[in-house]
Design a protein around this ligand. Structure first.
Ligand SMILES: Nc1ncnc2c1ncn2[C@@H]1O[C@H](COP(=O)(O)OP(=O)(O)O)[C@@H](O)[C@H]1O
Ligand SMILES: [Mg+2]
Length: 258
């Protein structure tokens, strides 16, 4: 069992001039096991803050976050993988060395590195580039290295923070398709943060929408289209995308007229 529970989480930031910025105002949701949950909301609403609280990089002011995972019968500690908006690679290390660096950091025995590198670099279609340096790769390929690095530690839950937002449209689409198929192949429990409705509806089995700051959960959708049937121009997909988009827009309008 691997899941994340976020219950009535509050968070404010104190700015250097003394201003208190309330970002999260009682955010609650649960991820869906062995599938992808998308956290969808406008820029600045606190999506990265939620992920950082889950990953333990930031502390909540109130509320509860439970991250439980996988292999350990006691339910924890849970191994998390993190894919950042920028891949954050070590440019002086080769592709496979970047992934191995994460394995070392997680204390994976050296004897396991070879098979893991082979497996996860193949999954992201980078086997032929394993001895390359990151700066010679395209943006999409660099993001694939970031994905392989996060997956290679075999996380109970994979966290992804807008991993496609800096890519050109074609690379982003390809990588969304590959990410969906890789997560399905691995039965990976994942939480993906995005401001892109189409991306959320394509990747998410569950879609949690956040209203603008200070954020609360506006709605939670279960995707009616099974992952295997999702395609960009399928009428059911377009219909569902419209429904989610309208709900996101209506929350934005309600707020601005409030
Ligand atoms: N460490 C911080 N100190 C002060 N303000 C912050 C900090 N981190 C985030 N914020 C502010 O909190 C708000 C939400 O940020 P963030 O979670 O990054 O939003 P999102 O990922 O949805 O775009 C933004 O207005 C941002 O400026
Ligand atoms: Mg962000």
């Amino acid at each position: 069992m691997a899941y994340i529970l976020v219950e009535r989480v509050f968070k404010s930031f104190r700015w250097p001039d003394g201003t208190l910025l309330q970002v999260l105002r009682g955010v609650s949701f649960e991820t869906k096991e062995y599938s992808i949950t998308c956290l969808l909301g406008p820029s600045g609403c606190g999506k990265s803050t939620v992920l950082n609280i889950i990953a333990g990089l930031e502390r909540a002011d109130g509320g509860k976050v439970e991250v439980k995972g996988g292999d350990t019968p006691s339910g924890g500690p849970c191994r998390l993988g993190y894919v950042f908006q920028d891949p954050r690679l070590l440019n002086w290390k080769r592709v496979d060395e970047n992934v191995a660096f994460a394995l070392k950091g997680m204390g994976v025995p050296k004897g396991e590195w070879g098979p893991r590198l082979a497996r996860y670099l193949e999954l992201v279609a980078l086997s032929d580039f394993r001895r390359q340096y990151p700066l010679f790769l395209s943006g999409g390929m660099r993001q694939r290295v970031g994905l392989a690095r996060a997956l290679a530690v075999e996380p109970a839950v994979l966290l992804m923070d807008e991993p496609f937002s800096k890519l050109d449209q074609l690379s982003a689409r390809r990588l969304r398709e590959d990410t969906l198929s890789i997560c399905r192949k691995l039965s990976q429990t994942a939480l993906l943060v995005t401001h892109d409705v189409e991306e959320a509806v394509y990747l998410g089995d569950r879609i949690v929408t956040l209203a603008a700051r200070p954020s609360v959960v506006a709605a939670i959708y279960e995707n009616p289209i099974p992952p295997a049937d999702r395609s960009w121009d399928d009428p059911r997909f377009i219909e569902f995308k419209k429904e989610v988009l309208n709900s996101v827009l209506s929350v934005a309008v309600e707020k601005s007229s409030a």
